[in-house]
Design a protein around this ligand. Sequence first.
Ligand code: NDP
Ligand code: F7E
Length: 318
Amino acid sequence: MEGPGSPTLDKSGKIFVAGHRGLVGSAVVRKLQHLGFTNLILKTHSDLDLTRQNDVESFFSATKPQYVILAAAKVGGIHANNTYPADFIAINLQIQTNVIDSAYKNGVEKLIFLGSSCIYPKFAPQPILENALLTAPLEPTNEWYAIAKIAGIKMCQAYRIQFKFDAISAMPTNLYGPNDNFHPENSHVLPALMRRFHEAKVRGDKEVVVWGSGSPLREFLHVDDLADAVVFLLDKYSGLEHVNVGSGKEVTIKELAELVKEVVGFKGDLVWDSSKPDGTPRKLMDSSKLAQLGWTPKVSLHDGLVDTYKWYLENVKQ
Ligand SMILES: NC(=O)C1=CN([C@@H]2O[C@H](COP(=O)(O)OP(=O)(O)OC[C@H]3O[C@@H](n4cnc5c(N)ncnc54)[C@H](OP(=O)(O)O)[C@@H]3O)[C@@H](O)[C@H]2O)C=CC1
Ligand SMILES: C[C@H]1O[C@H](OP(=O)(O)OP(=O)(O)OC[C@H]2O[C@@H](n3cnc4c(=O)[nH]c(N)nc43)[C@H](O)[C@@H]2O)[C@@H](O)[C@@H](O)C1=O
């Protein structure tokens, strides 16, 4: 699944993929390896804790990467964001500040920072254009994470303006795929439901509980598409403004739950737990800027779900 044209990036150049064992980082590594990049710098969280400024500075000064893909972050679904606000703001601010600053100081040629569609106002006009940023209040369940991500965008812009550092930002929509987090409470909706339906099918349960009202709309993108877009932007884009990365297709949570149920093969009923938050009612991004640059997604939600469930069966289930 490749974007148009082969990247002009130096395939033997050192690329530091921060967060390479996560959903996004692992997909980026697969993509880079497929394209023939040979010099990937990969450090686990225990090898290098990116919240520790001195360690990050020593790492950059010793390795001098040419490119940086910043996919390490404190990430989670609506419950995790709502329950651990201090972690979501502090860890993300620390990681991104350390990495962006050290990358600049150590001569990195290009850096891409990953934000999220939750940076936009809760009631932003839909589909959401890049210029909706900072025009109205955020969704309260994830404002701490969103504020950190907005600070990351602004830090890339500030370093570009003051130091001519080629740091860009991509704003992905809700992602899913291999190496997602399938934690029962702290994950995002899609992996949470896949696991819950699978376990209910195995146990022969009659019902599965789904959170909220089912009415919120979400836009989902397969992580292989996102990885393709990240490499595309690293290669082709050097602007001040962040770039939305979405599929352009949205479903209600009820429609998503029905789709996951079908793919997993669970035959029982859905029960809605209205004590759980819905979060933002709708967050469909306008990704026409990326389309005009020459990139469009390829993986349909149905095919992506089939692919992810196959991965889940082979890698996660007990
Ligand atoms: N998943 C999604 O739906 C979306 C994700 N994004 C963005 O994409 C990026 C990647 O997210 P995703 O892949 O889903 O997240 P994951 O949680 O799957 O991966 C995050 C990675 O970061 C690493 N990490 C976390 N803290 C540290 C640290 N202190 N030092 C070193 N490594 C650390 C984790 O390692 P370990 O597990 O060992 O801690 C993990 O490998 C994030 O910036 C996120 O905001 C944007 C929109 C949607
Ligand atoms: C990517 C994005 O992800 C987060 O925002 P979110 O889109 O609201 O995240 P979510 O995937 O957790 O929920 C989507 C919807 O789905 C409903 N829902 C039903 N049942 C389950 C369920 O079982 N688990 C979860 N998590 N949600 C469920 C849930 O109630 C909500 O209405 C941000 O915090 C932030 O991290 C961010 O940027």
